[in-house]
Design a protein around this ligand. Sequence first.
Ligand SMILES: *[C@@H]1O[C@H](CO)[C@@H](O)[C@H](O)[C@H]1NC(C)=O
Ligand SMILES: *[C@@H]1O[C@H](CO)[C@@H](O)[C@H](O)[C@H]1NC(C)=O
Ligand SMILES: *[C@@H]1O[C@H](CO)[C@@H](O)[C@H](O)[C@H]1NC(C)=O
Ligand SMILES: *[C@@H]1O[C@H](CO)[C@@H](O)[C@H](O)[C@H]1NC(C)=O
Length: 676
Amino acid sequence: MKASHALILLIAITAVTAIKYEAEHAHVIGGAVQINDNKVFVKYSNTGDKIIFTINAVKNGPHTMLLNYNANSNTLMEVQVNGHQQEPLKLYHSSNNQKHVIELRVGINSLVLKMSMGEILNLDSITVQDAVPTAKRGATITYTEYEAEDAVTNGLIIGPERKFMTLPSEASGRRAVQLVDKSKYVEFTTKDISNAIVVRFSIPDTPDGKGNVARLSVLADSKFITDLTVTSKWSWVYGAYPFSKRPSDGSPHHFYDEARALFNTTLPKGTKIRLVPSSDIVYTIDVIDMYRVEPPYTQPTTGYVSIADYGADASGKSDSTKSFQSAIADAKSKGANVWIPKGTFSVKERFVLDQITIRGAGPWHSTVVASEPHGVGFFADWAPKGSSKVGLYDFAIIGDTNYRDDQQVDSGMGGAYSDSIIQNVWIEHTKCGLWLDGPFHDLHIVGITVRNVYADGVNFHKGVTNSVVEQSIFRNLGDDGLAMWSDQLVNQNNVFKFNTIQVPGFANGIAIYGGDSNQATDNYVADTVCEGGGLQASNRFGSTLLAGTTLLARSTLDRCGAPNRFNLEHNGAMWFWPSDGEMTNLVNVTDIELNDSSFAGITFWGGHVTKLYFENVNINKAPYAWEANSVSGQVYAINVVAKNIEKTGIHTCTSPDSFKIVDVKGNSGWNSTSCN
Ligand SMILES: *[C@@H]1O[C@H](CO)[C@@H](O)[C@H](O)[C@H]1NC(C)=O
Ligand SMILES: *[C@@H]1O[C@H](CO)[C@@H](O)[C@H](O)[C@H]1NC(C)=O
Ligand SMILES: *[C@@H]1O[C@H](CO)[C@@H](O)[C@H](O)[C@H]1NC(C)=O
Ligand SMILES: *[C@@H]1O[C@H](CO)[C@@H](O)[C@H](O)[C@H]1NC(C)=O
């Protein structure tokens, strides 16, 4: 009996590892989503039409994919995985399904299926064997996170505290551990195999703002593994927005930075990792991420020139700017792409790319470092010229920017990238991660990490269409984590989905400023600090007014909402502000969890709203469920359930005649109203 049960279980486990991906949920470029007989599919009708799928795998190697389709003629498809061309795929007119083998790697893969010959192809879905599900909400995180305050420590736990300009207010979960001398430590036991570490820390600044430098030792089961260099050079900003690097300006914040190291050994699950200071200054340890980094990827056998052949120095000691420039120019003239081998390459300029791929051995192995402020960046040309068909894969960009100067061009990436893919790139210490000025179209960003920057994580700025950011990780930003800003030119049809944003530091987790039919879905946002909420949709900053349907769906916001710097108002975990004009088009807010919000769950500021729908929203612990400040119009509530409301259901001084939350059905927990 037992054995047969085990067998059934085994079969069940084997069977569930095939995952079906609906074509209409992928990033559709050129094709059109259609419905026929209740079946939703994507219709390809031109060569060049393509779909980009995201597939999570746990092993390197061949995976069988089954396609469900119908075709008007025999069709030839180009197949690209993580930017690598693979065996083309033939789909026969006489059949409705076809098997094909694709080569995947561990982690998130991008799969492009592009029609290169054929008439009409209706693709319903693909099913990939041995693929694994991605996280339900937020990015699929491939490391394990350990909060210092949950570890074993003889240090001092600080927080919880959400007051702006305090150390715990910028810590994840709003608590951290302080180690005040060399006898103090933080120790935790690993839950997974690991070979690399990231420590999020803060150490005090120096009076001249240049920053302290110290070490933090990493021990594994009492054995020395490595020393991390920790510095306050890339943290601590001061004074008035957009903040300076002068301590005399007062009002410090942006306290944290991160140090990372790849070990020369792999540690088993159950290893005791201990962090020990090397100086008697105060170390604040917030969170530790333990990674299991894949070995370096190797240079593709064809189609790439390596910067090593142009004199690049993998030790980072001498400057490699010219090597990059020559490699890029040479590759362009040959129709080839550029390979960044394992190593640290120091540069002092940014590179402007068009119709080329730059690929590294992985963001832990191939690192491009700025040797001076504003000295790095992988840019597209600016519109109207713009760039297209750029691929950026598998490397790190580490800048030398330590405050925000909006006169400088010093984001990790910028410009107008049409029909391009940015995947598995890690960006730190630049102004924004990616500040992307449109008009451009069809950009696909997947699996990137942006941390410790001085402005936005990603900004789709004016005229960006049909572009996606997904499966990406953002922490410690200086402005919105993910923003779409329809500044004069409309952003249309873009999606931010399955992203994780932690401690944006300033402004919002995710913000949609104007634009037409944009979406933020399946995201996770935690710990907004100042002047922002987890999610915002608004008509602000001179944006084109929200049009079409704006969808904010299936997301969780923990400890979001924040005080405003200038007055007594606060931002809710979600907030809406029709500052530049009325919000009259449908804003659909559905399936949202708001946990432990700092102020109201949902806030409205000023202006006029008429068509905001809130459906299946849980507000778990907040001072208020709703807050309405001098707003007029009405919003609709369906299954908005509030629990553990500390003050009143609705905080408003606006008369119910001018602003109304229409209680459609299924609502509870927010009957009471207060004005002060
Ligand atoms: C790995 O690093 C440790 C600590 O720096 C060092 O003692 C050891 O010799 C290194 N091992 C190898 C194989 O390089
Ligand atoms: C909002 O979106 C959800 C999910 O897509 C959908 O089920 C619901 O009908 C939409 N609500 C409105 C008011 O359109
Ligand atoms: C958020 O709320 C949901 C629903 O109550 C709960 O399942 C989840 O654990 C909460 N998350 C946190 C981090 O509190
Ligand atoms: C208001 O109170 C009634 C009675 O307790 C309850 O049934 C209803 O769900 C409450 N509505 C809201 C919006 O909280």
